[in-house]
Design a protein. Structure first.
Length: 315
């Protein structure tokens, strides 16, 4: 995979502000297996993977795709009941799911979704603003604080410029992030699980860390484009996927970037890690999803891997 082709599949950015929003509730359908309502069991396929998150109880992995939400649990694949919406920027916290994206054809919902939140595992969703205006492809939610960072790529009625915004009030108030020190196009963001001021950003120039709410960033790792990042839920370590001629995955102590651990990856051809997630209950379990729609699980912090999807075909 070339740097150009991977960069074309990720977002770009800048910086800014906003304020209050009306909240409404609507239903997309429950997160039961597709065959739970006596529907015929069909092979689950992954189309354009747009995220990777564990459920709060650690029993399921959610994989939003171009055609709805795929679910992996207890060795089996299923899909969420309801319309197959195109969820984007999908992020999970201890007690909520946050997303953006587009409604499925024929649902008569406003496109795009803007920012939405579910507090019941995806059964119902609240609209937190920007409906019909913004589709946030790059989003990061803090697991323990519900702080949400979004990368706004074009102006809307409350964000007059493109850039990074942050809310700690589910969209009631938004704060501009200055983003000083960042260089290159942003590919990914990750929020610290317990400190709402700590944000990591991956660009085509390297890995950056902010400790003041994305106002100022320091370069942590340089020389390679960073494609995916995720904090360990203990808050001390950070995983990042990078690419310089071949895919790589590294785990570092983010406060002491000299402590690095290169994680062995399964064989990948013209591919790289696009998303990383950690099981909140069994924290030695890590999941990764690739740009070519393959998914792997590790039970030992990335030392060995089991493949559960290959090029969009679930196994």
């Amino acid at each position: 995979m070339t740097k150009k082709s991977m960069k074309a599949r990720t977002g770009q950015w800048l910086t800014i502000m906003a304020h209050a929003v009306a909240v409404m509730t609507f239903t997309y359908g429950s997160l039961q297996p597709a065959n739970a309502a006596n529907q015929p069991l069909a092979k689950v396929q992954l189309m354009h993977v747009h995220g990777l998150s564990y459920s709060a109880d650690g029993t399921k992995i959610f994989i939003p795709s171009h055609r709805g939400l795929a679910i992996y649990g207890q060795g089996h694949w299923s899909t969420a009941d309801g319309a197959p919406h195109d969820f984007m920027g999908f992020s999970a916290t201890r007690d909520a799911l946050y997303s953006s994206g587009h409604p499925a054809p024929g649902t008569n919902l406003v496109n795009p979704f803007g920012l939405i939140k579910s507090s019941d595992g995806g059964h119902t969703w609240k609209k937190l603003g920007f409906e019909g205006q913004s589709d946030f492809h790059i989003m990061a939610a803090s697991y323990g604080t519900n702080t949400v960072y979004v990368l706004n790529e074009s102006p809307n009625d409350r964000m007059t410029k493109s850039g990074i915004y942050v809310t700690q009030t589910d969209g009631a108030q938004w704060t501009t992030a200055e983003g000083k020190g960042l260089t290159g196009s942003i590919n990914t963001l990750a929020a610290h699980p317990t400190n709402p001021k700590v944000l990591a950003a991956g660009t085509d120039k390297g890995l950056y860390i902010s400790e003041d709410g994305a106002n100022h960033f320091q370069l942590s790792q340089s020389g390679e484009q960073v494609l995916a990042i995720g904090f360990d839920l203990d808050g001390s370590h950070l995983w990042y996927s990078h690419y310089a001629g071949k895919p790589a995955l590294t785990r570092i102590n983010w406060q002491n970037s000299k402590e690095t651990q290169n994680i062995p990856l399964p064989p990948m051809t013209n591919d790289a890690v696009a998303y990383i997630a950690q099981n909140p209950i069994t924290q030695s379990q890590i999941a990764i999803a690739t740009f070519e729609r393959s998914v792997y699980l590790s039970e030992d912090l990335g030392q060995t891997w089991k493949q559960i999807a290959k090029n969009g075909q679930t196994l």
